[in-house]
Ligand binder design. Structure first.
Ligand SMILES: NC(=O)c1ccc[n+]([C@@H]2O[C@H](COP(=O)([O-])OP(=O)(O)OC[C@H]3O[C@@H](n4cnc5c(N)ncnc54)[C@H](OP(=O)(O)O)[C@@H]3O)[C@@H](O)[C@H]2O)c1
Length: 264
């Protein structure tokens, strides 16, 4: 088996950590990106677009394992279908996919469900593309990364009065800890759907936003807003949490202290 590993999305929040950790483990890494990048020590870049089905075969050829971290707002199922087709031709020996906690528990039934939580249905559809690919596979479902939560609270904090989705809770996890687990899985044998990975604590949106505002010495009025639909009901009931899989160590507070307080 070749030791070169393809990381799709190797330029993203998660993928960058995966690439660093694979290099640390002594692997040669190839990254698929829509943009061109200069090669660096042990990291080769191939330009391609999974959604447009461009440049995928040269990215996949000559790699035994693919860690599939590329993702966008839409079309991950279609993009993954294109990846899987090329991987089958190349004889890929292990496809590792990152999904999201609750992919199978958030019902996306109505238009309103789709608008707010369509991401979960797409992740589930993509999981099925991977599982039905005929390739040996491993899928890990992770909770929201601290980076994503930070981006969301930063946007919310721009509003003078902030609508808070009532009853919605998150269990954010550190992207580098997820990367460490993905690398462990990628270097192991294909394992199918493995146990979820979530962070050490559960927070309401008000908790997450409140700690961010305090760290920035800001005050805002928060107004709870009930979200309509079946998907929102499931999320309020904890569909995107994994309290029995609180295996991440780094807390939101630790992340915030490093990212916000040290930047101040
Ligand atoms: N963020 C979270 O909280 C979270 C939680 C659980 C699971 N996940 C999953 O983890 C994965 C990575 O998330 P992330 O937050 O690290 O994403 P991100 O920072 O937004 O990075 C997205 C990556 O995907 C690549 N990409 C996007 N569209 C592409 C296309 N059409 N063709 C090729 N590459 C494409 C981008 O590469 P270029 O721009 O270089 O082309 C980029 O490296 C996603 O599958 C996401 O659903 C995320």
């Amino acid at each position: 088996m070749t030791s070169r590993i393809l990381v799709t999305g190797g330029t993203g929040t998660l993928g960058r950590h995966v690439v660093t950790r694979l290099r640390g483990a002594g692997c040669d890494v190839r990254v698929l990106s829509r943009h061109s990048h200069d090669a660096t020590d042990g990291i080769e870049y191939v330009t391609g677009d999974l959604l447009k089905d461009e440049g995928i075969q040269p990215a996949v050829d000559g790699t035994g394992t693919i860690v599939h971290c590329a993702g966008g707002r839409k079309g991950d199922d279609e993009a993954t279908r294109n990846l899987v087709r090329a991987a089958s031709r190349a004889g890929t020996q292990h496809l590792v996919y990152i999904s999201v906690v609750g992919a199978d528990r958030v019902p996306v039934v109505s238009g309103v469900d789709k608008t707010m939580f369509g991401y979960f249905a797409t992740k589930l559809a993509t999981e099925r593309v991977v599982a039905d690919s005929g390739l040996p596979w491993t899928t890990l479902r992770a909770a929201q990364f601290h980076d994503l939560v930070l981006m969301v609270v930063q946007q919310m904090a721009k509003l003078p009065v902030i609508p808070i989705p009532a009853g919605v809770r998150f269990q954010p996890v550190d992207a580098d800890e997820v990367a460490a687990r993905l690398v462990e899985l990628a270097l192991g044998t294909p394992a199918g759907l493995v146990p979820d990975m979530a962070g050490p604590r559960v927070y309401t949106v008000a908790d997450l936003l409140g700690s961010y505002l305090r760290a920035r010495h800001q005050r805002r009025l928060m107004v709870p807003v009930p979200l309509p639909g079946q998907a929102a009901r499931a999320v309020r009931a904890g569909a995107i949490l994994a309290p029995d899989r609180a295996v991440g160590h780094r807390t939101w507070e630790d992340f915030l202290a490093e990212r916000v307080l040290s930047a101040a």
